[in-house]
Design a protein around this ligand. Structure first.
Ligand code: C2E
Ligand code: CA
Ligand code: CA
Ligand code: CA
Length: 281
């Protein structure tokens, strides 16, 4: 038993070592990627459930790795957060998303201008010059502040609620709308929610995906929608994958949906093809 224990111990060490080396490689690669501008944006439509039309997109970053191909954010965002590289990456994402949306607004004229949602990591959210930098990027790209939405997770705002409120207020002053991302997954303090100057809750995919055939999860989604509406907030349901989920969300008067049922995140060209088809759900 002792020998087995030692063996296991060594296997564990080797695994840890391998992981550490892999992380180090990733960090080095990621640093180069920032300099070499290897990041790309994909865009996922957000659909108004009342009109069935696309009202905007969420920008989602990918890494065009020279050997590994397209790397998903789940693989590198955590390392980017740990190393602080998320800050320069995040500025690039914001600048590029605003530039692209400004261009699309000239191309696709609808009832109201298309909107662009950009994710802010907690490291970025606590940068001292955040509102000024956002203002500068809007100026540089010529995008109207009213077309930009910033997505911040519950945990990022709850980390330091008082300073978060002040940052959110500065962003609101610019005319930007603020979304709470992945709502329901963090340790949310419902008692705090009304103090945050936010516009919209994004219900996390985990609740939406378990909605069908499970009355308890349907109740949770229904409760979140009611709570949001009582606070004067809109709701976006993430991860809509079936027509049944869409019908349930419509019945709950949820304002917006996003998910594979409408479209996966797509590159610029594919988004332009999609927009030319004038889809309606
Ligand atoms: P998120 O902000 O919650 O983004 C939604 C994620 O859910 C995206 O994954 C999207 O592809 C996926 N998704 C959308 N609809 C469906 C669906 O119907 N079914 C399923 N199974 N998945 C769906 P993605 O692009 O891999 O991004 C993962 C996470 O990485 C994002 O989660 C976000 O937290 C982070 N992320 C992505 N881009 C950025 C960025 O530019 N900055 C920062 N800080 N984080 C980012
Ligand atoms: Ca998001
Ligand atoms: Ca989300
Ligand atoms: Ca999510």
């Amino acid at each position: 038993a002792k020998a087995l224990g030692r063996e296991r111990h060594e296997v564990f060490n080797i695994a840890m070592h391998t992981r550490a080396v892999a992380l180090l490689h990733l960090e080095t690669d990621l640093r180069q990627a920032v300099n070499r501008q290897e990041f790309r944006l994909h865009y996922q439509p957000i659909v108004s459930l009342s009109t069935g039309q696309i009202t905007g997109f969420e920008a989602l970053v990918r890494w065009q790795h020279p050997e590994r191909g397209l790397v998903s954010p789940g693989e590198f965002i955590p390392v980017a957060e740990e190393t602080g590289l998320i800050v320069p990456i995040g500025w690039w994402v914001l600048q590029e998303a605003c530039r692209q949306m400004r261009q699309w607004q000239g191309k696709f004229l609808g009832n109201s201008p298309l909107t662009i949602s950009v994710n802010l990591s907690s490291k970025q959210f606590t940068q001292p010059n955040l509102a000024l930098a956002v203002h500068q990027i809007l100026q540089d790209t010529g995008l109207d502040a009213g077309s930009l939405r910033l997505e911040i997770t519950e945990s990022a705002v709850m980390e330091n609620a008082e300073s978060a409120i002040s940052t959110l207020l500065q962003l609101k002053k610019l005319g930007v709308q603020l979304y709470i991302d992945d709502f329901g997954t963090g340790y949310s303090s419902l008692s705090y929610l009304h103090r945050f100057p936010i516009d919209t809750l994004k219900i996390d995919r985990s609740f939406v995906s378990r909605m069908s055939g499970d009355s308890e999860n349907l109740e949770i989604v229904s409760t979140i929608v009611t709570l949001a509406h009582n606070l004067g907030l809109d709701v976006i349901a993430e991860g809509v994958e079936t027509s049944e989920q869409l019908a349930q969300l419509r019945a709950l008067k949820c304002e917006y949906g996003q998910g594979y049922f409408f479209s996966r995140p797509l590159d610029v060209k594919a988004i332009e093809v999609l927009m030319a088809r004038e889809c309606q759900w």
